[in-house]
Every structure is written in structure tokens, then in C-alpha cells.
Design a protein around this ligand. Structure first.
Ligand code: NAP
Length: 249
């Protein structure tokens, strides 16, 4: 089934921004949101040059304002007629070892990446249940498979929770035409990791997003992308002694 109208949260930079451009090249209509709406407007102008036939709706959204999440998703459905796919992508990676004075940053990451993802999934599924079709995609991370230390402690926990949430939603939707997919990206260059110099197996944004889009199109339960090396790495990570995990963050 072709998912023509696609809503992406966190579309002002990194993966969301690049996925939007790639979908525009394929002729899909887009509903794009983030807090930095000026970046979305620039992206809309760029897409208009790239493919003038594509409809692009942009709206400002702070996903931590949960009432606004529901309002903006409904407004996008009105803008484009309906929404076929929602990509819950907005996320952040601030934080530090617990007990070192960074509770505020750890809490902000927990709320943005998990509680606000629930709001986005709720708002998406309200639309999908009403129209009896749709594809929900959540952008988790390979860090969901194990615990990690330092800045990644809370981040990895939010991604594990998000993967679990999406699996639960998929089970809940068995027997309906609505689908749910979790994407676990490996390291892809973007603003989230621009200050981190050595990142294992990192790929550029284009390469990473091509793999993500290919996986999304399959509409299965869960994918590790790019497939090489992350499908194998995640199997290994699941049984890795914690001393080895210590070296990975
Ligand atoms: N890059 C990687 O290596 C990697 C790997 C695994 C998973 N991921 C996940 O991929 C997703 C996208 O990350 P990225 O790498 O593209 O990072 P990024 O370049 O920092 O982009 C993050 C996006 O999320 C948006 N966002 C953050 N907080 C928000 C809020 N409160 N309300 C609305 N939007 C918000 C940002 O928009 P505004 O600031 O304009 O609001 C921005 O568009 C995240 O969920 C991240 O955890 C990334």
C-alpha cells in the first residue's frame, strides 16, 4: 500500500529533515513539525524546488506540550485530507551519569523521548482508528537493546521503553488494517551526535536515512538499520558482558 501523506515530527534537522526530502523526491505529501518552524519553512521552499507537485504542510510543535500534539496532528489531517503514516521521530540525547547533578537534563530526555512519544502515538492512533488505516513508525535506537552509561543511561532506557511501547501497540492492532513498526537506527551523523568525535560504525545522514526509509516501507515489526553491521551487532550486544558495554559509551 502506498502511504501518500506522511507526518514527521522533529523534521527541522537530522533524520527527520533528510527523510522529508527523500519522501518529497518520491512524490509523497508531507506534514512536518518541530519547534524551529523557520527551518521547516526553508525545507518547504527547498522541497517546492525539488518537486513542485508535493504538498507540504508545516506547523510549529513542541512535543512536550501534549495538548498541542493532538491539536497539531488533527490540523495536519485537515491540511492534507488524511494522514497515512506518522513517524514519531522527535528526540534528544542530553543527560549524564545519575547522581551527578544533571537530573533536569535526564528528566527532559525521559519526557521528550518517551512520555511525549506516547502522546504522539495516541494522537496518531486516534486518526488511524477513525479512518481505519494507517502506519505508525517510531524511531528508537540500537541503544534500546542494553543499558549504557553516562550521557546514554537515560537515553537508552527511553529507547528501550519506546521499542516496547511500539511492540505492545502492534500486538494491540492485530486483526486491524493499522500497522506499527519500530526502527532502531545505528549511529547516523546529525545534530544529536555532532559533538561526539568517535562514534562506532557511524554513517552519513543520507546513507542512514536511505536504510531507514527502505525498512519503513516493509511495514514489519522491527528493524536495525543500516542492516550491516547493526543486525549482527545488536545480537552480539544482547549477550555482551557489561565490561564490554562499558567501552561502547
Ligand atoms: N542520529 C543518530 O545516530 C540516531 C541514532 C538512533 C536514534 N536516533 C533518533 O532519531 C531521532 C532524530 O534524531 P536526529 O539524529 O535527527 O537528531 P537531531 O538532528 O538533533 O534532530 C532532533 C529533532 O527532534 C526535534 N525535537 C527535539 N525536541 C523536540 C521537542 N520538544 N518538540 C518538538 N521537536 C523536538 C528537533 O526539532 P526542534 O529542535 O526544531 O524542535 C529536531 O528536528 C531521535 O529520536 C533520535 O533519538 C538518532
Amino acid at each position: 500500500m502506498s502511504r501518500q501523506n506522511i507526518l514527521i515530527t522533529g523534521a527541522s534537522s537530522g533524520l527527520g529533515y533528510t527523510m522529508a526530502k527523500m519522501y518529497a523526491e518520491q512524490g509523497r505529501n508531507l506534514a512536518l513539525c518541530a519547534r524551529r518552524v523557520e527551518r521547516l519553512e526553508e525545507l518547504r521552499d527547498e522541497i517546492a524546488k525539488l518537486n513542485p507537485d508535493v504538498k507540504v504542510a508545516v506547523r510549529s510543535l513542541d512535543v512536550n506540550d501534549h495538548d498541542q500534539v493532538f491539536e497539531v496532528f488533527k490540523a495536519f489531517a485537515d491540511d492534507l485530507g488524511h494522514i497515512d503514516r506518522v513517524i514519531v521521530n522527535a528526540g534528544m540525547g542530553k543527560g549524564a551519569s545519575l547522581g551527578t547533578g544533571y537530573f533536569h537534563a535526564n528528566k527532559q530526555t525521559a519526557i521528550t523521548n518517551f512520555v511525549s512519544a506516547i502522546a504522539q502515538c495516541e494522537a496518531a492512533l486516534e486518526l488511524f482508528r477513525a479512518q481505519n488505516h494507517g502506519h505508525l513508525v517510531t524511531i528508537s535506537s540500537v541503544s534500546a537493546v542494553r543499558g549504557f552509561r553516562r550521557a546514554m543511561t537515560v537515553y537508552a532506557a527511553t529507547k528501550a521503553a519506546l521499542s516496547n511501547l511500539t511492540e505492545g501497540i502492534r500486538i494491540d492492532l492485530i486483526g486491524t488494517p493499522i500497522k506499527a513498526t519500530t526502527i532502531h537506527p545505528g549511529f547516523i551523523r546529525s545534530e544529536i551526535n555532532e559533538k561526539v568525535k568517535t562514534v562506532p560504525f557511524i554513517v552519513d545522514t543520507e546513507t542512514g536515512c536511505k536504510s531507514i526509509l527502505k525498512a519503513i516501507e516493509k511495514e514489519g515489526a522491527s528493524y536495525y538499520v543500516p542492516g550491516w553491521p547493526w543486525e549482527l551487532m545488536c545480537r552480539i550486544m544482547k549477550i555482551m558482558p557489561i565490561g564490554m558495554l562499558k567501552k561502547m559509551s
